[in-house]
Design a binder for this molecule. Sequence first.
Ligand SMILES: [Zn+2]
Length: 202
Amino acid sequence: MWPLIFRILYPSSVVYPCDSRLYLTFDDGPSPELTPKVLDVLKGAGVKATFFFQGEQMERYPELVKLVADEGHVIAFHGYRHLSGLFTSRSIYIENFIHKTGEGLGLVRPPYGRIRPDQYRELSRCGKKVVFWTYLIRDFKMQLDLEREKRRISELVNRDRGQVFVFHDGNSGIHTLNLLNYLLTVSGRRNRAFGVLTGESE
Ligand SMILES: [Zn+2]
């Protein structure tokens, strides 16, 4: 991520948070395999998060959407289908975000972070706030050097500034629980405070 370039191209999006808290976000869910386990871990730590759900998955698992909301987390939108903005026409890209499954969800995250400035402007005009991140956790990588990823997470938690982390609670989340537990442990040791992205104050 190059925060300065993102700020120029996408001026009112969230990249870095405005305060020094840590923000947890989850993409690509809900999934019956992972989402309930993620909820248990978050509940144990007393941390709330923002879930960028995919519309297709929400249609399949409405009970999981309700469970996440009932536990006090924020539901946001990752598009109906998992489209990259780069090779998708503006109208198809926008329709994918202004889909009935995402109605009323003001925060959106572009899959892969790939969104063109024209698509960004149109989404903003439609009242959607685009959220990027400061660190994408490699929890989806089959051949992941877990120790190296943990060192990176620890470095970021030890820095004295806010972070927006992305985990994956969809089918691709292979190391999600391991790395989430690790992040919560090192954050606890450093006494870091957590915030939750809601779309109101960022
Ligand atoms: Zn995604």
